[in-house]
Design a protein around this ligand. Structure first.
Ligand SMILES: O=P(O)(O)OC[C@H]1O[C@H](O[C@H]2O[C@H](CO)[C@@H](O)[C@H](O)[C@H]2O)[C@H](O)[C@@H](O)[C@@H]1O
Length: 380
C-alpha cells in the first residue's frame, strides 16, 4: 500500500481522514497489546501519510498528553486490576505471611479491639459496595442481605453510625433504608444526618454539608458526554453519583479496557477541574477539591462533638482505595481503627482485615452482642 492510496483529496474529508489517523496513531501508541519497540516504527509510518498540520497536531497531542496519557491510561488499568483481581487467592488458611502478621483478622482480634475502646464512644463508619454488600456485575442490583440490614439497624441503635460511599446518597439510601443513620455520599461530598422518619417519606433529607455543589452542572455535562462516547463499548456503564461519576469496566471485555479508558481520558482533557481515581473495575471522576472520605469522617466526628475529644473510638470499615483516605485520618488522629475488607494482600493504612461482607456482618454482630452484654452488666 502506497501513501497515495491512503491520503484523501485535499479538503474537509482529507482532514477528517487525517484526524482519524491522529486518533489511530494515539491508540497505537497507548495500546499495551503491542510491543513498545514496535510503536516508533508504526508512528513513523503514520507520520508519513499525514499532512503537515496533522503532523503538528499529532506531535502536540503526543507531547502534551497522549503518550503521557497512554502511560496514565495503563496505570489506571493496572490499578483497577490490582483492586479487583479476577483470581482471588484467599489470605486465610495460609502460612502467616508478613502481611497477615501486620494486618490480623478483626474477628480474631475482637477482644483486643474492644479493650482498646474501653471508656470511649465507638462510632462506626461503613463503606457500602464490597463492605456491606457483595460486589455484583450490575451496580443497580448491589443489594444488602436482610441479615446485614438487620445487623446495621442494631449497630445504629447502639453507636452513632455513618454510611460513607462513592454512590449518590439517594442510591445508597435506597439500598440501606435506615433513616436513623448518617450518610456521606459522593465520596463524602454530600453529607446528610439522621431524620425523623415521620417527617419525610424519602428518609434522609437533613443536608449537613455539600462542598462541591458548584460542580453539579459540570458533572452533569460530563455525564452526558461520557454516556454518548461510551455507547459503542459493549458493557460499559456510566453512573451519575451526583457530585462524581463512575465509569464501569466490569462487564467490558478486557481487550477493550484501554480504548474505554482512552475515551475517558480524552473527555477529561477538557475538564482540568475534574480528577480521576481508580476503584474496583471502575474509574471514578470527581472535582479536584481537597475533600474525600477522610475529610468526611473528620467532619462527622466534629458534628458529633468529638473534634478534639480523646473519648471517641471510630471504627472505619471499607474495601476500596478511596477508603484509604479515611484509614489515614484515623492513623493520624491516633484514634480508633481502620479495617480493610479484602481477601488478598493490599497496600493499606488499615490495621485489621475482614475477608468479605459476610465477615463484616459477623464483626458488626459481635459489636452489638458485646454492647448488649456490657449494658446489661452495668444495669445489674
Ligand atoms: O464507596 P463505595 O460505596 O464502595 O462505592 C464505590 C463504587 O461502588 C460501586 O461500584 C462497585 O460495586 C458495583 C456493585 O457491586 C460493581 O458492579 C462495580 O464493579 C464496583 O466498582 C458503585 O456502582 C460505584 O458508583 C462506586 O463508585
Amino acid at each position: 500500500m502506497t501513501n497515495r492510496n491512503v491520503v484523501a483529496p485535499i479538503g474537509k474529508s482529507s482532514s477528517r481522514v487525517n484526524n482519524t489517523l491522529v486518533e489511530l496513531a494515539m491508540s497505537i501508541s497507548n495500546s499495551n497489546a503491542l510491543p513498545r519497540a514496535a510503536v516508533p516504527g508504526i508512528m513513523a509510518l503514520l507520520g508519513g501519510v499525514l499532512g503537515l498540520p496533522q503532523k503538528k497536531l499529532l506531535m502536540k497531542r503526543l507531547e502534551d498528553g497522549s503518550v503521557k496519557g497512554g502511560a496514565k491510561v495503563n496505570t489506571w488499568i493496572d490499578s483497577m486490576r490490582a483492586s479487583s483481581p479476577t483470581r482471588l487467592k484467599s489470605t486465610q488458611n495460609q502460612d502467616p505471611s508478613p502481611w497477615n502478621l501486620y494486618h490480623p483478622s478483626a474477628l480474631n482480634m475482637f477482644d483486643q479491639i474492644i479493650g482498646e475502646s474501653k471508656g470511649k464512644q465507638i462510632v462506626t463508619f461503613l463503606d457500602y459496595d464490597g463492605t456491606l454488600s457483595p460486589i455484583v456485575a450490575d451496580p443497580d442490583k448491589a443489594y444488602m442481605s436482610k441479615k446485614m440490614r438487620s445487623t446495621l439497624k442494631d449497630i445504629g441503635r447502639h453507636f452513632p453510625t455513618a454510611i460513607v460511599s462513592g454512590r449518590c446518597i439517594d442510591k445508597v439510601y435506597s439500598f440501606v433504608r435506615l433513616a436513623e443513620l448518617y450518610y456521606a455520599g459522593s465520596h463524602g461530598m454530600d453529607i446528610k444526618g439522621p431524620t425523623n422518619r415521620r417527617s419525610t417519606k424519602k428518609g434522609n433529607e437533613e443536608v449537613l454539608f455539600q462542598p462541591a455543589s458548584e460542580f453539579l452542572p459540570m458533572i452533569n455535562e460530563v455525564y452526558n458526554i461520557l454516556v454518548e462516547k461510551t455507547k459503542p463499548v459493549s458493557g460499559a456503564k456510566v453512573e451519575n453519583n451526583k457530585f462524581c461519576l463512575s465509569v464501569h469496566f466490569r462487564c467490558v471485555d478486557e481487550k477493550n479496557w484501554v480504548s474505554l479508558a482512552e475515551q475517558v481520558s480524552l473527555v477529561l482533557n477538557d475538564y482540568p477541574k475534574l480528577k480521576l481515581t481508580e476503584g474496583r473495575k471502575v474509574l471514578e471522576i470527581r472535582p479536584t477539591i481537597k475533600w474525600d472520605k477522610g475529610k468526611a469522617v473528620e467532619f462527622l466526628l466534629e458534628s458529633l462533638g468529638y473534634a478534639n475529644s480523646d473519648n471517641v473510638f471510630p471504627i472505619y470499615i471499607g474495601d476500596d482505595r478511596t477508603d484509604e483516605d479515611a484509614f489515614k485520618v484515623l492513623r493520624k488522629r491516633g484514634q480508633g481503627i481502620g479495617i480493610l475488607v479484602s481477601k488478598i494482600p493490599k497496600e493499606t493504612e488499615a490495621s485489621y482485615i475482614l475477608q468479605d461482607p459476610t465477615e463484616v456482618g459477623q464483626f458488626l454482630r459481635h459489636l452489638v452482642e458485646w454492647k448488649r452484654t456490657s449494658t446489661q452488666y452495668h444495669q445489674l
